[in-house]
Ligand binder design. Structure first.
Ligand SMILES: C[S@@+](CC[C@H](N)C(=O)[O-])C[C@H]1O[C@@H](n2cnc3c(N)ncnc32)[C@H](O)[C@@H]1O
Length: 241
């Protein structure tokens, strides 16, 4: 199903969502991705001109990160990824706990290797043994304002450390696993500006049950979040203060 785009401001975002590196991963003509993309634009308008930073925690080829960078061109954009796929221990535990779809360990390992490790190198015509930093450089080069990007390459939360009083007005947490998702929420929620917004991807996903569990567990520690679900393909949860 295709939908027509609404306000004129959606058009530039749509055009930049498609390019050779990632022609169909995030498609704003898909009604579900459109919902998340437009929600980001409207959040941007609502937040106004506060100077605080923005972040995406796990950014892969940077499809959604490009929209964030486009909407917040003058903010520091912190970007986290391994470019090697998931932490095997965490992924295996998530499967044992029933918190990650119905893959076997082997199938998960293979698909992570194929999609995230090899796939990210193939997308940029890099050799198989290209380093994660080389992949990160290529992804950052896709951004409309690469000079604002601060890539943190390596396993999250080992790469989580932030300087001093860094505060955030927008954070996208696209983290499939319970432990890492909890670390992401514990890192960013206390640093969220009063009018800031977190998108917690996959909260209402029928595949990644660890995300909902992580939100519940973090609320036990930090107190209840104000939250609102988006009807997008990822079952994104919007969290505000
Ligand atoms: C779900 S995708 C991110 C998609 C991205 N938000 C987008 O818009 O296309 C998964 C990414 O998570 C990364 N990843 C998985 N576990 C990680 C971890 N513990 N630390 C950092 N990155 C991780 C993988 O390397 C992969 O690139």
């Amino acid at each position: 199903m295709r939908i027509s785009l609404g306000p004129e401001s959606a058009e530039p975002v749509y055009r930049m969502a498609l390019d050779a590196a990632s022609p169909s991963h995030f498609d704003l003509y898909d009604p579900y991705d459109y919902c998340r993309g437009r929600a980001l634009e409207l959040v941007r308008k609502q937040i106004g001109d506060l100077p605080e930073s923005v972040a995406e925690c796990w950014f892969f080829l940077g499809d959604f990160a490009r929209l964030i960078n486009h909407c917040f061109p003058d903010r520091k954009l912190f970007l986290y990824d391994t470019f090697e796929g998931h932490d095997e221990g965490e992924a295996a535990q998530a499967l044992r706990d029933g918190y990650y779809c119905d893959f076997t360990e082997e199938k998960l390992r293979d698909s992570v290797e194929q999609v995230y490790k090899n796939g990210s190198r193939q997308a940029f015509n890099l050799p198989e043994d290209a380093s994660s930093s080389q992949v990160a450089d290529c992804v950052v080069a896709r951004m409309p304002f690469p000079e604002k990007c601060i890539p943190r390459v390596g396993l999250f939360p080992d790469t989580a450390a932030l300087d001093g009083e860094e505060k955030f007005v927008f954070v996208s947490l696209d983290i499939n696993f319970r432990e890492s998702m909890r670390s992401g929420l514990e890192l960013f929620y206390p640093r969220l500006h009063d009018v800031g917004v977190i998108f917690a991807h996959d909260y209402n996903s029928p595949y990644f049950f660890g995300v909902r569990k992580a939100v519940e567990e973090t609320e036990e520690n930090l107190g209840s979040f104000k939250k609102f679900p988006l009807p997008d393909s990822a079952g994104t949860l919007v969290i505000v203060k």
